[in-house]
Design a protein around this ligand. Structure first.
Ligand code: AMP
Length: 487
């Protein structure tokens, strides 16, 4: 495709009613991601798109979805899975606006709120369902959401979806999704877990990235955070809370810092241990054994003590003290992103280190993105999301009929506990223990080879048309055949 050509005509090629929706939003020409994605989506191909919020990505999938919906059919024809309720509402509003002149009904669904409005929306025949996988699965299992007419499946912010632990739900949703459909995945970063997701859900996807020269996505996401030296320990904790790494090594420049950080993290309830020069060899080996076996999550170490140690499965490398030299930075961050696995490298940089850190970034020619210290509100939102994901997953194990009985039974206790400061803390302690025990599965475990094509069919209790039975919909414009092997 010629990226230089004027793209205004792209919108003009769309059906009139969708153009009217676009005009209502005040969009005069497509944003770059839309110029790239809309034609491919309209031609029916599967897609992986590397795009961030703010790039216009919602329109990139929202326009083709709105243009594809057949409103004669009161059935769900597009499903957008995304990680949070805020995003669900935002995307639903935009898709609804794009499809307004066609009468496209868009419904946001997510956990943590009552079922009433969502059930009504589904019963009314929502054409586009936008939401979090947990609640979607709930509606699917209860038979309120039917995907037998699904044409387009979108994963938005796929990296976040996986980080929040939605993978088991997504894997389950796959059973309900018809084989003949288009699938598109949008993600700000494309670590290995996102690629694994794409292998499960997409077929021969085209890859679209807007960052020049970055066709092969980076395995390691490099970030730095500017902090005061005094608040470094507290900010380290904030980072760990919001990132919730599966496993991490935290580098310090001195043994004293290693001791201090280990003690500090333990006091805050983190599963941390240390290796530094003063430790006897067998004690070091014992710690190394635990981190390798996945029995220890946070290893605090000096560069010297960690030298030559292969811990390739770490998801995060954190520099508590800034690396002294470009070589040290490369060594440290080389501990993650190995063996095709994704990794995140985060450096905490205080005032005096900034100049030196910029220098090593230039020498290493690595793009290190600045990130802000997470605000308490953001951390709370993330913890809340994590709790909701787990609660809903857990609740799903109880048959729906029993669910309200079991919940209602405990409501008076929860109320009572919330009513005095002391017992409120007990209630919070229960949540803390619950979060601790229920770590989300953030990596994608791919099914066994034979499993994909044989994913059990959902029991069908009616005679709805299966593949291709889209009753009056625009004929698919798939340019290629051989999609029989759809996973
Ligand atoms: P998003 O990345 O989807 O969150 O979009 C970022 C912002 O860009 C949103 O406020 C959109 O409404 C807006 N936007 C999306 N597409 C266009 C367009 N073609 N022209 C102008 N604004 C747009």
């Amino acid at each position: 495709m010629d990226d230089e050509s004027p793209q205004a005509s792209l919108f003009e090629e769309l059906p009139d009613d969708i153009q009217a929706g676009i005009r209502d939003l005040g969009w005069s020409e497509p944003m770059p991601v839309q110029a790239r994605v809309i034609p491919i989506m309209r031609s029916g191909g599967d897609l992986i798109v590397q795009a961030r919020t703010g790039s216009g990505k919602t329109g990139a999938f929202g326009v083709p979805i709105a243009a594809e919906v057949d409103t004669e059919l009161a059935e769900t024809q597009a499903l957008v899975m995304l990680p949070t309720r805020e995003l669900a509402n935002q995307v639903a509003v935009e898709v609804e606006a794009l499809g307004r002149h066609r009468g496209v009904r868009t419904l946001p669904v997510y956990g943590g709120v009552g079922y009433g409005a969502q059930n009504d929306g589904l019963a009314a025949g929502a054409h586009v369902v936008v939401g979090t996988p947990g609640r979607m699965l709930d509606h699917l299992q209860a038979g309120r959401l039917d995907l037998s007419h699904l044409k387009i499946l979108v994963f938005d912010e796929a990296d976040e979806l996986l980080s929040l632990g939605f993978w088991p739900d997504m894997r389950e949703i796959q059973r309900y999704v018809p084989q003949d459909r288009q699938s598109c995945l949008f993600s700000a970063t494309i670590p290995e877990k996102v690629r694994s997701l794409s292998r499960v859900f997409l077929t021969e996807p085209e890859f679209v990235t807007l960052s020049e020269g970055q066709i092969a996505p980076a395995e390691i996401e490099h970030q730095f955070i500017v902090t005061t030296a005094q608040e470094k320990d507290a900010n380290l904790v904030k980072i760990l809370e919001i990132e919730d790494p599966e496993s991490a090594i935290i580098f310090c420049n001195t043994k004293d810092d290693v001791r201090f950080v280990t003690t500090y993290l333990r006091k805050k309830g983190f599963d941390a241990d240390q290796i530094q020069g003063d430790l006897a060899q067998n004690a070091r080996e014992e710690v190394m054994g635990r981190i390798k076996a996945g029995e220890l999550r946070f290893l605090v170490a000096t560069d010297v003590a960690a030298r030559g140690i292969d811990i390739s499965q770490l998801t995060h490398v954190i520099s508590y003290s800034a690396p002294d030299s470009p070589e040290v930075y490369v060594h440290r961050t080389g501990r993650t992103g190995r063996a095709g696995k994704a990794g995140t490298a985060i450096s905490l940089i205080s005032g005096l280190d900034i100049g030196n850190f910029k220098y090593l970034q230039n020498v290493n020619k690595i793009k290190i993105n600045e990130r802000k210290i997470p605000k308490d509100g953001e951390i709370l939102d993330t913890l809340r999301e994590r709790l909701m994901v787990k609660v809903e997953q857990e609740m799903r194990l109880i048959p729906e009929a029993e669910r309200s009985f079991k919940i209602d039974r405990l409501v008076p206790i929860a109320k009572e506990m919330a009513s005095t400061p002391e017992t409120l803390r007990d209630l919070a302690a229960i949540l803390a223990a619950y979060l601790r025990e229920h770590r989300p599965q953030t990596s994608v475990v791919e099914p066994e080879a034979g499993d994909r094509s044989e994913a059990p069919e959902r029991p069908r209790d009616d005679d709805r048309p299966r593949k291709g039975g889209r009753g009056g919909g625009r004929p698919r414009r798939r340019g290629r055949g051989g999609r029989g092997g759809r996973r």
